[in-house]
Design a binder for this molecule. Structure first.
Ligand code: FEO
Length: 407
């Protein structure tokens, strides 16, 4: 396995996981990467690990540059298992006595994961610096971006920010750099990663961006090297600016109409609602939970101003696929959303009411009560759906959504 040179003396030595399609519930349609980096200096340094099954791949890439036993230092910026589970095998190959630098919370996490595995864990805090030779590494703790242990490592002499999960995306490609991948591809994948992994942490992310600015790192950053996806070398400020925009969760004149259906009546309502919203100049994404994954729905929700959820009543309850979506949405704690609930029913009709309560509990602004239609909707029964569309459209920002507004 070959390494990829990033700049003189710095290499990508990570792993490509082309086959993964489920990353703890996130549908990784294009696989993922576990990025790790090797700095060759007086002290040879490995930054971050890979999943356990990819440890041989990492060591193979390293061995094309240097004997892995010559690595002097390992840094673990993030102790989630996609980066840490390979560390015991990697440390065995390098030498378990070599220092493994991590944050205080990282030390706790690694000890709890590896139960007595021999490791020379050394803790570091924000502003600590280690000298590698002509290069150095400064640390910046980034708690809850997105785990308590998370930290950045910055090499000021090279201007490389090793940012762990932040600024990353799940994308397996033989191309390693931002200028080699289409803007439409990386723009969507970066947003999908942000929506699914980072929505809950927009406040600590905003603080981290401020800290990076005030730390003096910002002006020196030439390359951002995250733990997943492409390396930002053409214009690293672009992804920082996108994060600064995304943390605000500003509403847009876009609505997601998401539903499931038993006998097409709720689907008919959803289609009528989408049509009425589009007639009001709202960009609409109509998504049936039978053929859309929750992680794709949440990506569309992230940059929408409104989320209209439809479910038939089944066994006096919400349809299971919609219940699952609500559970996922509840955890992410979206901000600044307008909501709506609708659904058809046969005889009891609890689902739409339950949806209204659930979205209200998520602090969605609900301009109209739930809309329920018994049995099969007639055209004349759709007036409340049209009224919902008008009320939602009136509550959204007036500016139309630009073609490339993800970016
Ligand atoms: Fe890529 Fe939070 O692990």
């Amino acid at each position: 396995m070959e390494p990829v040179k990033i700049v003189d003396n710095v290499y990508w030595v990570g792993a490509l996981d082309y086959g993964i399609r489920d990353f703890h519930g996130y549908r990784t349609s294009d696989g993922s990467t576990y990025n790790a980096y090797l700095i060759v200096d007086e002290k040879v340094t490995l930054i971050d690990g890979v999943k356990k099954e990819f440890a041989p791949e990492l060591l193979s890439r390293v061995s094309k540059i240097i004997d892995p036993k010559k690595i002097d230092i390992v840094i673990s910026n993030h102790a989630e298992m996609d980066h840490s589970s390979g560390l015991p095998d990697i440390m065995k190959a390098i030498g378990v006595e070599k220092p493994l630098y991590t944050s205080k919370m990282g030390e706790k996490a690694l000890r709890a994961q590896f139960h007595g595995a021999e490791m020379n864990l050394q803790t570091v805090s924000s502003n600590d610096t280690i000298k590698l030779g002509k290069y150095s590494i400064s640390f910046l703790e980034t708690r809850m971006v997105h785990w308590p242990d998370s930290m950045f490592s910055f090499c000021p002499e090279l201007g490389i920010l090793f940012s762990q999960d932040a600024f990353g995306m799940h994308l397996a490609t033989s191309r390693r750099f931002d200028d080699e991948v289409g803007r439409n591809v990386w723009g969507y994948e970066a947003l999908k990663y942000f929506a699914n992994i980072l929505t809950l942490y927009t406040t600590p992310i905003a603080k981290t961006l401020e800290t990076v600015k005030s730390s003096g790192f910002m002006d020196k950053i030439k390359i951002i090297a995250p733990d997943h996806g492409i390396i930002w070398r053409s214009n690293p400020m672009e992804i920082i600016d996108l994060y600064a925009k995304w943390v605000k969760q500003e509403p847009a004149r876009k609505a997601v109409v998401v539903f499931d259906t038993m006998w097409k009546s709720t689907e008919y309502m959803a289609r009528a609602l989408s049509d009425a919203l589009a007639a009001e100049g709202v960009l609409v994404r109509l998504m049936n939970m039978k053929n859309n994954h929750r992680s794709d729905v949440v990506t569309e929700i992230y940059n929408s101003g409104a989320v209209l959820v439809g479910s038939p009543t089944m066994n006096n309850d919400i349809y299971p696929t919609i219940a699952e979506l609500l559970c996922y949405m509840r955890g992410l704690k979206f901000q600044n959303k307008i909501g709506g609930a609708f659904g058809s029913y046969g005889w009891s009709g609890e689902a739409a009411k339950m949806l209204q309560t659930s979205l209200t509990d998520m602090k969605f602004q609900m301009p109209v009560p739930e809309v329920r239609i018994q049995w099969v909707p007639e055209e004349s029964a759709l007036e409340p759906i049209k009224a919902m569309a008008k009320a939602v459209a009136a509550a959204l920002p007036k500016e139309p959504v630009p073609a490339d507004f993800n970016l």
